[in-house]
Design a binder for this molecule. Structure first.
Ligand SMILES: Cc1cc2nc3c(=O)[nH]c(=O)nc-3n(C[C@H](O)[C@H](O)[C@H](O)COP(=O)(O)OP(=O)(O)OC[C@H]3O[C@@H](n4cnc5c(N)ncnc54)[C@H](O)[C@@H]3O)c2cc1C
Length: 308
């Protein structure tokens, strides 16, 4: 039997609450709105289902791509020969495990999690409220903004690796700028515990509103993108360097260096994967020439050769 027919049967027999989409355009699941068809995209019903479905594919010699909310991904717009497991959509349980600790599934968005913290009078997550990713993606990337980062609040993560489920505590996360212990692995983050502090609910809400206003004022939130395209280099800020090269508004096809924030490449309409790649290459070359600095991409580039 075709592997994807078997997968569909396995999933409906064992995890019937999961969503199975066949020949699904990845662009429907990425904030960039770019990405070709994958043979199957699954939104598992729970973290147990994520494990079971991942193991099913691995046992059949296939490594699926794991995505959270697809907000840091640039996917090639051709037929992509691998299945995708998307954690955001179903695996989103969240609970208080002590007065100041929250445990949540990987698929929950940071916005949902920050609102849960606020409602429980817990401070420390306000920085993350406007980052559009999932908890799993944020731990993987050590997402951060406005002086906060996941490294400051994540105390424990449960993940699935080659040898089964394991736990990572505190420093073992090896967090650094846009990096965690998971960055070099193809393991799946299943859930995390975050430690916050008691505070006033109104003050927490006011901080979140203030940061949201800053974001709206400085970022092109009305256009598809994957956030900051490049990592911050050691000797400055990518956005400032790109701006000083006069590249705001630089356009190839439907892809453009945002006029509002030079660190973002935006999709002005029907940007092709190669349009964005051409913009990235040109920005890199220009910044290298002017500042002798190589800009590394923060955005994860997924092409047809992806093998996990
Ligand atoms: C408008 C906009 C603003 C943004 N602002 C910020 C910001 O201020 N700060 C910031 O840090 N980022 C920002 N981002 C980028 C992005 O939101 C973050 O990197 C976020 O953490 C990605 O989460 P995600 O769930 O969307 O991950 P995805 O894009 O789905 O995946 C990103 C990477 O994480 C991996 N991954 C995802 N989930 C899991 C999992 N459960 N287990 C293992 N690996 C996993 C994927 O395989 C991939 O390699 C922004 C993006 C946009 C579009």
């Amino acid at each position: 039997m075709d592997i994807y027919l078997s997968a569909e049967k396995f999933i409906s027999d064992n995890y019937p609450g999961s969503v199975v989409l066949k020949d699904e355009p990845l662009k429907k699941h990425t904030s960039f709105k770019i990405g070709g068809c994958v043979p199957m995209l699954v939104i598992p019903e729970s973290t147990q289902a994520i494990c079971g479905i991942y193991k099913f594919f691995k046992d059949n010699g296939i490594t699926p791509l794991i995505i959270g909310n697809g907000t840091n991904i640039l996917a090639e717009d051709c037929e992509l020969p691998f299945p995708v497991i998307k954690t955001h959509g179903k695996a989103e349980c969240v609970r208080l495990i002590s007065e100041t600790e929250i445990e949540a599934d990987c698929g929950i968005t940071l916005a949902q999690l920050a609102m849960f913290a606020q409602k429980n009078g817990l401070t420390g997550m306000e920085f993350a409220h406007g980052i559009p990713g999932s908890l799993g993606g944020a731990v993987y990337m050590n997402a951060g903004a406005y002086g906060g980062e996941m490294a400051h609040i994540v105390t424990k993560t449960t993940a699935l690796g080659e040898n089964g489920i394991y736990e990572v505590f505190g420093d073992e996360h090896d967090f650094s700028y846009r990096h965690s212990v998971f960055s070099e692995k193809s393991d799946i983050i299943l859930s995390s515990v975050i430690k916050l502090e008691k505070s006033n609910k109104d003050e927490i809400l006011a901080t979140m509103d203030e940061l949201a206003a800053k974001r709206r004022a400085s970022q092109p939130l009305n256009m598809p993108s994957a956030g900051s395209t490049f990592k911050r280099p050691a000797n400055g800020y990518a956005a400032a360097m790109i701006d000083q090269c006069g590249l705001k508004g630089y356009t190839v096809g439907g892809a453009q260096v945002s006029e509002k924030h030079a660190g973002f490449v935006v999709n002005c309409g029907n940007a092709a994967f190669e349009d964005v790649m051409d913009v990235i290459r040109h920005v890199r070359e220009t910044v290298k020439e002017k500042f002798d600095t190589y800009l590394e991409t923060e955005v994860k580039i997924i092409d047809r050769n992806y093998r996990g």
